[in-house]
Design a protein around this ligand. Structure first.
Ligand code: PLP
Length: 441
């Protein structure tokens, strides 16, 4: 079995030197959880500049869907780079972008063809969704959720309500956005229990919000992550999206699914919303779509995407190299990686749930496919958040060669490349177990 291999102290000498140069010249706004300077990566294994080898359960923040540098993705990137790097889909046509739009449209369940707008990132996909919703509905108000992360450009950031540091000193934001509680059942905002709650968090929208605060006929869209990502890998109850989207439809409000983190096979289906039997009006995609090349996509039906030439565009959006990488990614997802995500996700969750029996601090283990979160608490009864413990688990795992990221205030996310094998999950679980034996209760 392959294990992480640490040859130096962390960071090693070359990494330390590079990090100090980075601190001199690179923007200090990045979070930078680990002192890791990456040299190369393959599958779920990452090599740093000092020759240390790490097991990567971050996939570059849920981006490298096909694992790092999948040979078939790299091959099409090289071939496309030889043919055409850029021409701008804004003013010209080229085959990879057309082919990708057609393919993405065919992936929408239930024979609901959609048109595709291409950008370069998740935030751009969300911005495009925001703009098309205004354009199509001619309405000014929008709804988003506490805990939501939709990106950091001003429109997307206005919809975001994840951490105040992301919003500090940037006010005022785009007006007309109301944030409401998400279906975070582990910490129900109404102190109720599913299913006895009758989905009070959804009822409240119609019975209270629309009666007292915002007129529904002025709301353009509800922006929602099928599973909250940065907010803590929070999986809502099975009927949450269907009930909420029905209310949206009743009032002509667009249901916009931000699938930037949850989409592209990560949960075992192309779109996480498929698990909830909902076809959204608008879909935002990015991250895993092109296995690491920058690409964002916003999809909507032809009826909704009725904006006129010149109303929205981006010079680099839908770059031909990224589009080829996306086509190769989708092929691999369809061949085997989505089913691998389902199977390995179950394996990972069951391993963590076994561990949860031993460690009191593992308050909640949740997820779908390879979008898996563990919420750390000081006490199972009070559910007091164990933020420092969470941080120390991530750092200690790094020093044992396992790369993890946090999400929410006190959760760990596990989102490896969808190529991950059960032996690699075993290594991940045994490192987490070792770390917990050290620090947990
Ligand atoms: N939407 C969701 C759900 C995300 O998780 C993210 C990034 O984490 C974004 C949007 C923003 O994507 P990007 O960082 O590519 O702009």
């Amino acid at each position: 079995m392959k294990y992480p291999l640490l040859k130096t102290e962390l960071p090693g000498p070359r990494a330390s030197k590079l990090i100090s140069t980075d601190h001199e010249f690179v923007s200090p706004s990045y979070t930078r959880v680990h002192d890791l300077v990456v040299e190369k990566a393959k599958g779920v294994w990452v090599h740093d500049v000092d020759g240390n080898i790490f097991l990567d359960f971050t996939a570059g923040i849920a981006v490298c869907a096909t694992g790092h540098c999948h040979p078939e993705v790299v091959k099409v990137i090289k071939e496309q780079a030889d043919r055409l790097l850029h021409m701008s889909g804004t003013d010209f046509y080229y085959t990879p972008q057309i082919a990708l739009a057609e393919k993405l449209s065919s992936l929408v369940p239930g024979g609901h063809p959609m048109k595709v707008y291409f950008g370069n990132s998740g935030a751009e996909a969300v911005e495009a969704a925001f703009k098309v919703a205004r354009w199509h509905t001619r309405r000014e108000l929008n709804i988003a959720f506490y805990g939501a992360f939709h990106g950091r450009t001003m429109g997307a950031l206005s919809l975001t309500a994840s951490k105040t540091i992301q919003k500090s000193h940037y006010h005022p934001f785009v007006p007309g956005i109301t944030h409401i509680p998400y279906a975070y059942c582990y910490r129900c905002p109404y102190n109720l229990f599913y299913p006895d709650c009758g989905l009070e968090c959804v009822n409240w929208v119609e019975e209270s919000l629309f009666r007292t605060t915002i007129p529904p006929e002025e709301v353009a869209a509800i922006f929602v992550e099928p599973i909250q990502g940065e907010g803590g890998y929070i999986v809502p109850p099975p009927d949450f999206h269907s009930k909420l989207s029905k209310i949206a439809r009743k009032y002509g409000i667009l249901y916009v699914a931000d699938e930037v983190q949850s989409g592209m096979g990560r949960t075992g289906r192309v779109f996480a919303m498929e698990h909830f039997d909902v076809v959204p009006d608008v879909i935002a995609l990015a991250k895993g779509i092109a296995s690491g090349l920058p690409l964002g996509a916003m999809m909507a039906s032809a009826e909704i995407m009725d904006w006129k030439a010149g109303s929205h565009a981006s010079t680099f959006g839908g770059n031909p190299v990224s589009c080829q990488a996306a086509l190769a990614t989708i092929k691999l997802l369809e061949q085997s990686l989505m089913s691998n995500a389902s199977a390995q996700g179950e394996y990972l969750i069951s391993g963590l749930r076994k561990m949860q029996k031993e460690y009191e601090c593992m308050g909640d283990v949740r997820g779908m496919g390879l979008m898996v979160g563990v919420e750390l608490v000081k006490d199972r009864e009070t559910k007091e958040r164990a933020n420092e413990l969470r941080n120390s688990i991530i750092i200690k795992a790094f020093h044992k060669g396992l790369l993890l990221l946090g999400c929410g205030e006190n959760s760990i996310r596990l989102c490896p490349g969808l190529t991950v094998k059960s032996e690699e999950i075993d290594v991940c679980l045994s490192i987490i177990d070792e770390v917990l034996r050290d620090v947990a209760w």
